[in-house]
Ligand binder design. Structure first.
Ligand code: PMP
Length: 385
């Protein structure tokens, strides 16, 4: 007997990154520039707070929306750092990673047949999330000539004016692109004109290396139509603790909480104690990690250019997005460089439209490994010449 799976789950293919991990397992000298998570450990003060909470037996559920104290700390943090004003009582929900927050937003806002425009290349979870919620995806490709920023022309060409929701993520995974206030203004005007709800994934906001991050929710008329996602995985190096949050209008956050209270109850309690401490006392650790990412970013960009691979100036997150040399598809190049040189990178196609012909290279790894990986890629290119 076979159990019949739902049509929704059958239409979503397995993640395209998985296959590369399987090839990588065939060698024991692989340097992985493939993963999207910090190589740093969680700052000690946050780990200590988690340990202490366990020692004190603080292992019960919390309020559905997260500990009040943590929501207040998040409200203070986003106000200080990003000029975002949200009420900890009604407008903030703490979730099991930003991933859960994004999923809750789709389930709270998407009806069957609704269209969700997604700026691509993008983080791989948005499209399946829309499909699981019963919606239709309208991909909005971004282009290297625009430095992978979302543009009104791009939105119009893709037909996003007819969409119900618009999702984007800056600083961007996989390109490392950022959008400044002046880039966001026309997007905000487009969203207002066409009555789009905006889902803005700002999980890499702290990892902005040129100027300060601007949230689209701070632009006129946008707070009431935007849901902002952030979390502790990236800047605070807490991926495995699974803690994120969403900020938005009270009715939307309330609707997300209605799903969350039945499906998750509350985000991991131990992680909430760690997060509270992370916001309270780990600013210097975060600063230090950002400085190191920035050093690595500059190294990787200059080395790619030195070995003759074009790469646009990534200014955020911890990825860069070089072009594959002519004559290769991204998939072939990534697979061959992995088999022959033991360097794992991800073909850009995996991240949707606009990603073709590129590789996502994560520099969330040591400078020593980055140096060695670039030397191997250089040797590979020389062999092919
Ligand atoms: N959004 C983006 C753009 C990401 O890159 C990631 C992690 N790779 C997430 C969300 C998910 O983060 P979390 O660990 O908080 O679920």
């Amino acid at each position: 007997m076979t159990i019949e799976l739902s049509d929704r789950v059958k239409t979503v293919p397995p993640s395209g990154i998985r296959r590369f991990f399987e090839i990588a397992e065939e060698r024991d000298d692989v340097i992985s520039l493939g993963v999207g998570e910090p190589d740093f450990s969680t700052p000690w003060a946050a780990r200590d707070a988690a340990i202490t909470s366990l020692e004190q037996g603080k292992t019960s559920y919390t309020a559905n929306k997260g500990k009040r104290e943590l929501r207040e700390a998040i409200a203070g943090y986003v106000a200080d750092r990003f000029d975002l004003g949200y009420d900890p009582g009604e407008e903030i929900i703490v979730t099991a990673g930003a991933s859960e927050a994004v999923d809750l937003a789709f389930r709270a806002l998407v009806d069957p047949g609704d269209t969700v425009a997604i700026a691509q290349p993008s983080y791989i979870s948005y499209e399946p999330g829309v499909i699981f919620a019963g919606g239709e995806v309208c991909p909005v490709p971004t282009k290297e000539e625009d430095e992978f920023r979302l543009t009104v022309d791009g939105l119009e060409d893709a037909g996003a004016a007819d969409a119900d929701l618009l999702v984007f993520c800056y600083p961007n995974n996989p390109t490392g692109a950022i959008m400044r206030e002046s880039d966001l203004e026309p997007i905000a005007a487009f969203a207002r004109e066409h009555d789009l709800t905006v889902l803005s994934d700002e999980i890499y906001a702290e990892l902005t290396y040129d100027g300060e991050h601007t949230s689209i929710a701070t632009l006129p008329g946008m707070r009431e139509r935007t849901i902002v996602f952030n979390g502790f995985s990236k800047a605070h190096a807490m991926t495995g603790l699974r803690l994120g949050y969403a900020l938005g209008p009270a009715d939307v956050v309330g609707a997300m909480n209605r799903i969350h209270q039945y499906t998750m109850l509350s985000a991991p309690t131990t992680a909430q104690y760690a997060a509270l401490e992370a916001l309270d006392s780990c600013e210097d650790d975060v600063r230090e990690m950002i400085d190191q990412y920035d050093r690595r970013r500059r190294f990787v960009l200059s080395r790619f250019r030195e070995i003759g691979m074009d790469v646009f100036e990534a200014k955020g997150a911890f990825y860069c997005f070089p072009e594959v040399p002519s004559g290769w598809t991204a998939e072939e190049f990534a697979e061959t460089v992995l088999r022959e040189q033991g360097v794992a990178v991800v073909p850009g196609d995996v991240f949707g439209e606009g990603g073709e012909g590129h590789l996502r290279v994560s520099y969330a790894t040591s400078l020593g490994d980055l140096r060695e990986a670039l030397t191997r890629i250089e040797a590979f290119l020389e062999e092919q010449a």
